[in-house]
Design a protein. Structure first.
Length: 256
């Protein structure tokens, strides 16, 4: 699997602050973060029905709180997400400052502390499809690469729906066991995303202030690189940003 995909999926799954607890049974951790997914048992809403609910939302922004649960640690982090059709996604972590920009073809990871931008192709990695499926309207690929099972979230808004995604058995290199998308009843946009890496490790995103719009500020999909930033493609240094800095933008023609 492309190394950059592993960077994105695991970084989004494992980044956090200092450990909040140690040696805590996983059952207690479940309760602490509100593990509210019942076993899959609901009558499925067709994917095209969910896509139709999302149709007016060409773009969205949200803030998130991330909780990473491991057998002996609970880590936390926060940040913002921006999405725009057809396939542009920006994820920004506040502390430490980390930025992920993705479109249909490439992914870029900026680490301010290291002064480094890592860039590479997506290569149609199925793991990344979870990120786009969480926010985009095109859900048609899901059943090609995942086993899709509905579930009914509990302690949720009336009419909320859930989709559980399991990589098909042929995908030997998958980076997680399941992903659960908890969807709002009116527009089928997520208010919670849960990624189960193993039976004892999971990551939960609680989304707040989810705002749908016809469009969002292009600046959300741009990144100002200060002078001295190292740009790395794969394992090769391809550029050191010179005096005056440089702007990377997913909406710029040269980046499409």
């Amino acid at each position: 699997m492309n190394a950059m995909i592993a960077v994105v999926v695991f970084a989004l799954a494992m980044l956090g602050g200092m450990p909040a607890s140690q040696d805590i049974p996983i059952e207690i951790l479940d309760a602490a973060v509100g593990n509210d997914a019942e076993p899959p048992d609901a009558a499925p809403a067709p994917l095209d029905e969910l896509a139709a609910k999302r149709e007016p939302a060409a773009a969205l922004t949200a803030s998130f709180r991330q909780t990473t649960i491991m057998p002996d640690d609970v880590l936390s982090a926060s940040g913002t997400i921006a999405y725009s059709r057809p396939r542009m996604l920006a994820v920004r972590f506040a502390d430490p400052e980390l930025v992920y920009l993705m479109d249909a073809e490439r992914v870029h990871e900026y680490d301010a502390e290291l002064g480094q931008l890592q860039t590479g192709p997506l290569d149609n990695a199925p793991e990344v499809e979870v990120l786009f499926a969480a926010f985009g309207q095109d859900l048609s690929r899901l059943e090609d690469i995942y086993e899709v099972t509905p579930f009914t979230p509990v302690d949720a808004p009336e009419g909320a729906q859930g989709l559980e995604l399991r990589p098909r058995h042929g995908d030997a290199d998958h980076l997680f066991e399941t992903a659960r998308l908890h969807l709002r009843p009116d527009d089928a946009l997520p208010y919670r995303i849960e990624i189960v890496n193993t039976q004892e490790s999971r990551v939960i995103y609680e989304l707040d202030d989810v705002r749908a719009a016809d469009a969002v500020d292009p600046a959300l999909f741009a990144l100002d690189l200060p002078p001295g930033t190292r740009v790395i493609e794969g394992e090769r240094l391809v550029e050191t940003v010179g005096e005056g800095g440089k702007t990377l933008s997913l909406t710029a023609e040269e980046n499409r």
